[in-house]
Design a binder for this molecule. Sequence first.
Ligand code: URA
Length: 242
Amino acid sequence: MEEEGRIRLQKYIALSGITSRRKAEELILSGRVKVNNKIVQTLGEKVDINRDRVEVDGKHISIVKHNVYIILNKPVGYVTTVSDQFNRPTVLDLIKDGVKERVYPVGRLDYDTEGLLILTNDGDLTYKITHPRHNIQKVYIAVVEGIPTQKDLDKFRKGMKIDNYFTSPAQIKILQTMGGKSKLRITIHEGKNRQVRKMCESIGCPVIRLKRIAIGNISLGDLPSGKWRYLKKHEVNYLKNL
Ligand code: URA
């Protein structure tokens, strides 16, 4: 039982939205967490949510009392990180006028990729969606140079070697071909760095345009580019129950 106002340090960190409870344990064990200016490096410590001052990597964090879940149609030309070393616009610029809570992108989309991005301050949900074990499918529409052959499509479906890992079996369908280019629908289950681009490149069909249209059952629908909305209750429940 938790005494009133006192919760475990890893829970406090997860409730701040910066990361999941499990990752918070790693932060504690690696000496990156301070309570009232003292490093705490053991698990099981409790903190008083109204009094204690918790810092991660020297930054003061406080717990979130209200979780928010947002879906954004990211345009090309925005980074998915919270800040950018080259001062490029970030996805947070697109929501800052309407959302006062500090939220974080769930996973990444490349600067030149558009489409569905979820943002939240719920660290445990972020962990759930991004952990490979949950195998959640991500659906992309890619316009590529060239027209994939049957052999190319089979490579996607069986899994292929990229960098030094094997992709898990993906689904791929040619939706349209026009003037030596193709429009493909590709579903993958992981989210390695530039994975779809690398897969397309490896069959000799470099990506011209890439858009994510779904994560699991959550679809972008007709949300216009650059716009966001709150996820509906049933969508949040779906993600929490993954
Ligand atoms: N795959 C990519 O290549 N880029 C993305 O942004 C997402 C998936």
